[in-house]
Design a protein around this ligand. Structure first.
Ligand SMILES: [Zn+2]
Length: 338
């Protein structure tokens, strides 16, 4: 028995056999924010053989309050979450494979990314991406666990395509609340608790145990817990998981694409074709237009009046300072290109 996993192996439902199973598995975590980071750290320490973590964003000071993989140095040097997460997770466990990917999880690449993956973890903060996860998981028959947290509460739901209702089946049953982490806030304990329930379901599945059939709601501040068995809510006509599935969220979109970012007064614009952009060339092109250009090998940041642009190597650009999608598209075309 390797000392490293000895305590986990003594836990009877996992045991030595479960530990061996974990070392053979590949988990894909979508989102390397608070939830994704907490899940990733637990899974790395638990000895899951291969972890891929995908995130479209970079590290800002407002992340440090709860995003446990990151340091002040990461925020100062504008690191992408994917790159900093990969480095940190490798330092935590050098026995496993870890890959951080600085990109969006979207319909164009989702299937390729999920091919061969044993389990998916939702560490996102938006339903747009969750529905892409939901469709690709259904199409490739990969189980996953939904996680959402806000203020002091969290909601967790394991989804096993064909056996449980999917997110699309349940869309009218999910608790809806206006607000995001950026408007109504969140506390670290709510993240840790939500991630703990997600990781536990992942470990159960990977070691051959049945996942829970319940959607749970837990509030760490108000000390509330409730659960609801959703297994009867499978929609036989569901366009994502039934025999009539057409996977609506995997349909390709043409032209410049935009996404609003979780209440941050930010629009993401991405070109119709992702391709590697020369950031140094862009930087030279921008110099006559604005003096405030800085960056690293992964991204470029510049300001034009009150608007802050963050351009990633694949051409995706975060435009901070507007919620107007049309204006964001125009700004993208003016400064980055068509
Ligand atoms: Zn469904």
């Amino acid at each position: 028995m390797s000392e490293r996993y000895s305590r986990q192996e003594r836990f009877a439902p996992i045991g030595r056999e479960g530990q061996d199973q974990l070392s053979q598995k590949h988990v894909l975590i979508v989102g390397a924010g608070a939830l994704g980071g907490a899940n990733a750290e637990m899974l790395a320490r638990a000895g899951v053989g291969k972890i891929t973590i995908i995130d479209r964003d970079y590290i800002e000071w407002s992340n440090l309050g709860r995003q446990q993989l990151y340091t002040e140095e990461d925020a100062v040097s504008l690191r992408t979450k994917a790159s900093a997460a990969e480095q940190r997770l490798r330092a935590i466990n050098s026995d496993i494979e870890v890959y951080g990917m600085a990109q969006e999880f979207e319909e164009e690449t989702a299937e390729t990314l999920v091919e061969g993956v044993d389990f998916l973890i939702d560490g996102t903060d938006n339903f747009q991406t969750r529905f892409v996860i939901n469709d690709v998981a259904a199409k490739l028959n990969v189980p996953w666990v939904y996680g959402g947290c806000l203020k002091s509460y969290g909601i967790v739901l394991p989804i096993f395509p064909g056996k449980t209702p999917c997110l699309h089946c349940l869309i009218d049953h999910l608790p809806q609340e206006g607000g995001t982490c950026d408007t109504v806030g969140i506390i670290g304990p709510a993240v840790q608790m939500t991630a703990a329930y997600q990781t536990a379901e992942c470990l159960k599945f990977l070691t051959g145990h049945a996942m829970s059939k319940e959607m749970i709601y837990v509030d760490v501040w108000g000390r509330e817990y409730s659960s609801i068995n959703v297994s009867k809510l499978i929609d036989k006509e569901c366009s994502s998981c039934s025999s009539k599935a057409v996977y609506p969220y995997l349909k390709k979109v043409k032209g410049l694409r935009t996404a609003m970012l979780c209440g941050r007064n930010t629009v993401q614009v991405r070109p119709s074709q992702l391709s590697i952009l020369s950031l140094s060339e862009l930087s030279r092109h921008l110099k006559p237009l604005t003096e405030r250009v800085k960056g690293n090998g992964d991204l470029l940041m510049f300001h034009v009046e009150d608007v802050r642009f963050v351009v990633f190597k694949d051409g995706r650009t975060l435009i901070h300072g507007t919620e107007d999608v049309q204006e964001a598209k125009k700004l993208y075309q003016r400064y980055i290109g068509a």
